[in-house]
Ligand binder design. Structure first.
Ligand code: ADP
Ligand code: GLC
Length: 491
């Protein structure tokens, strides 16, 4: 078994911060490899060559050509460095295939919100090249001991490797979100060069179709997901998205590891996007961010009104429809509300009606805005996450670090990262937010009211803020847990 600093990991991901990210997977794909590298693991990323990736990396050089993969368009493999900060960068491999990745729009959808029709080929190629680089058929000298896949987009890598006879790396797949499975028609199996008999319940087949994610979960040596509580939930019928049987059968090879956060990017003491920096010792400076935020969003500038906010994909998963439902009562508390999000569920019309009715109390920004997301974490008093399910969630951790206690549905990783405010948890110093269940509009509203009452008790509120700010959400512990899994697979 290689000693820890010799372990080589190919980390395959369809998105990475800051070049291309639609959600938490992008954040994780930068921060986890960086943390593993600090623990002397040689991690390198494999990414699709979207235009923003090709434009955003340094020191690109061609290291291989793939002209003979009969199912796919010809592509080249580039080696480059991705800068995460002035002092930190990660080696990346990029698949340059303009026919599949060189287009405007999102990584998975076009500018009208429709899935790219050739997604099976696009992410089939990502999976296939990942498998080649992880085998003794690789055209490059650097060979990983472990190939670490993420979500459905690299789910076929473990399947390709399973059917490869030569020497190959061990495989890990991380589920960031079981709701997205990469389902394609049965004909894709042969089109992507998988053996016909892999199209079986004991294989890549899922209700008559090919499922990229199921392929990964079936063939990978180890499965991880992004919180211990979600690891349990996905083995049940209500949260298993039809894969609960397979996941329960593989439970000895399934581990929940809570994500960390990039504590240098998300630090209120140094964050360049804030109106004023602050720490738990200078919490009174936080209010300068609240006034700046209220002003920027056109709300009444009022230091005493509790300001609730959320930053999220506006999807069914995130429970934004419930928030829209209770928004008029939230305003009556009285309180203010800010929503920042990209619309995935056609909610823009209802949201704009809310702003028209309550222009000084509710503000909404539709779109992706990194700088605003930082100012909101600092300027809001309380962060809202009424997610129906949440594999881990990052914003509730950012908000605790920013002294902005979260109100969250007691689900998935939110249970593992937020401690409900009660007299007992206030006394033992663990209280850091507000949890509710089951998920109903009434429960959400009542918990928001509970938070508003606590907000007006300055002593309690400060205790909550300081407890959250003192928590260690760094990647170190999670990266160490991943490292242990890699080692166990190699021993
Ligand atoms: P998910 O991956 O399910 O979308 P997470 O909480 O894990 O949820 O991660 C969401 C990430 O995306 C966070 O870093 C969040 O701040 C960011 N984000 C989501 N929507 C926006 C937006 N509209 N503008 C800026 N950042 C956003
Ligand atoms: C997914 C999940 C989210 C998680 C993120 C990163 O998008 O929805 O809960 O934090 O991946 O693992």
């Amino acid at each position: 078994m290689p000693s820890s600093h010799e372990v080589r990991v190919l980390f395959i991901t369809p998105e990475v911060y800051p070049l291309c990210h639609t959600g938490g997977l992008g954040d994780v794909s930068a921060a986890l490899p960086a943390a593993l590298r600090r623990l002397q693991t040689d991690v390198r990323l494999l990414l699709p060559g979207y235009p923003q990736v090709l434009a955003g990396v340094k020191y690109k050089s061609k290291v291989a050509e793939f002209n003979e993969l009969s199912q796919f368009l010809p592509s080249t493999l580039l080696s480059a460095r991705l800068s995460l900060s002035k002092s930190e960068n990660i080696p990346v491999f990029i698949i340059n295939c303009p026919g599949l990745f060189g287009r405007a729009g999102g990584p998975y959808i076009d500018t009208f919100g429709h899935a790219w029709p050739d997604n099976a080929l696009r992410f089939g190629l990502l999976s296939k090249i990942g498998a080649i680089l992880a085998s003794d058929a690789s055209p490059i000298a650097w060979r990983p001991d472990i190939v670490h896949c993420n979500d459905w987009q690299s789910g076929l890598t473990p399947a390709y490797l399973h059917f490869y006879q030569g020497k190959k790396a061990a495989t890990v797949i991380t589920i960031h979100n079981l709701a997205f499975q990469g389902i394609f028609p049965p004909g894709s199996v042969v089109q992507l060069g998988l053996p016909e008999d892999s199209f079986d319940i004991h294989g890549v087949e899922y209700h008559g179709n090919l499922s990229f994610l199921k392929a990964g979960l079936y063939y990978a040596d180890h499965i991880t997901t992004v919180s211990p509580n979600y690891a349990e939930e996905i083995q049940t019928e209500s949260q298993g998205s039809g894969l609960q049987g397979l996941l329960a059968a593989r439970r000895r090879h399934l581990t929940g590891i809570t994500n960390g956060i990039a504590t240098s990017d998300w630090n209120p003491a140094t964050d360049p996007h804030l109106a004023r920096n602050y720490s738990s010792e200078t919490l009174s400076d936080k209010v300068a961010n609240k006034s700046a935020l209220q002003q920027q969003m056109g709300l009444a500038v009022d230091a005493d009104l509790p300001l609730f906010a959320t930053i999220s994909r506006l999807s069914h998963q995130k429970g934004i429809d419930l928030l829209i439902q209770i928004a008029p009562q939230l305003v009556k508390i009285p309180a203010q509300l800010i929503i920042l999000g990209s619309d995935e569920a056609g909610l823009s019309h209802q949201l704009s009606q809310l702003i028209q009715t309550y222009p000084k109390a509710i503000a909404i920004y539709i779109g992706f805005n990194e700088a605003l997301s930082h100012l909101i974490e600092a300027g809001a008093d309380c962060f809202l996450m009424p997610s129906r399910f949440e594999p881990c969630g990052l914003n509730q951790m950012y908000s605790q670090r920013y002294g902005t206690p979260p109100v969250v549905h007691a689900t998935g990783g939110l249970v593992d990262t937020v401690v409900d405010c009660t007299s007992a948890t206030l006394a033992d110093g663990s209280a850091s937010g507000f949890l509710f269940a089951p998920i109903t509009a009434d429960n959400l509203l009542n918990t928001i009211k509970r938070a508003a009452r606590a907000y007006h008790n300055k002593k309690i509120w400060q205790r909550l803020q300081k407890n959250g700010m003192a928590k260690d959400f760094s990647w170190h512990a999670s990266a160490t847990a991943y490292q242990e899994i890699y080692r166990s697979l190699l021993s």
